[in-house]
Design a protein. Structure first.
Length: 220
């Protein structure tokens, strides 16, 4: 999830004559002002994510919605900013590295929390905001890279980002619609109670254990 610009670009810029230096400094300053709140929001979200141990997801959802809105606003704010020159690109290194670290940590922590989301039965809701966060950050990355020579010089970065988020999304899709064989892992007591009632009828009709599993799928 690299926001930083490759060192080779900095080296090339160090010997290049400044082009409209004051203007580029202003553009770089504008980028910094836009992206610093994104970094802070992502770090705060990661703290909330790691603090979640199960139960209602409202706090997670609230923070996620704030991050989604912030990332989208940042992408819109970056769009009109003029590109910076190679000689000025090095000024983005510090913030870029911080965004890298925060981004990779967030994805790793998100992936580690999938079992907790599954146990709490909130995989579908989580998948929804994870997809929106991923799409928003992807749009922002593309917008930021367009402000640097050679689109930041790292053609593989966007694809790497897609793969990381897609892997998390796939796990969330799987726990959103668990197979019958794995249903009890996601349904816990509710499923086990139904599973014991193999001949249970009533509102489940004659479906027995299959009905329990089907009910589990619908619920989780």
């Amino acid at each position: 999830m690299k926001f930083s610009i490759p060192v080779v670009l900095f080296t090339a810029g160090a010997v290049a004559a400044p082009s409209s230096g004051t203007l580029n400094e202003r553009q770089l300053s504008a980028l910094t002002q836009v992206l610093t709140p994104v970094l802070q929001g992502l770090q705060s979200f990661d703290v909330t994510l790691n603090a979640y141990t199960g139960g209602p997801e409202q706090e997670l959802l609230n923070v996620a919605n704030n991050v989604i809105a912030g990332v989208r606003a940042a992408a819109n704010a970056v769009a009109p900013i003029q590109p910076v020159s190679e000689s000025e690109a090095g000024g983005f290194a510090g913030l870029g590295q911080q965004l890298d670290i925060a981004g990779y940590k967030f994805i790793a922590d998100l992936n580690a929390q999938v079992p907790v989301f599954a146990q709490s039965g909130i995989c579908p809701e989580t998948l929804n905001w994870v997809t929106q966060v991923g799409d928003g950050v992807l749009d922002l990355k593309t917008a930021v890279f367009s402000k640097f020579p050679n689109n930041g010089g790292d053609a593989n970065d966007v694809e790497e980002f897609r793969k990381l988020f897609s892997a998390v999304e796939q796990r969330l899709k799987e726990c959103s619609t668990p197979s019958s064989a794995d249903c009890s892992a996601y349904c816990g007591k509710d499923h086990n109670d139904w599973h014991k009632g193999g001949d249970r009828k009533g509102e489940k009709g004659d479906k027995g254990k299959k009905g329990a599993k089907d009910d589990c799928k619908k619920k989780y």
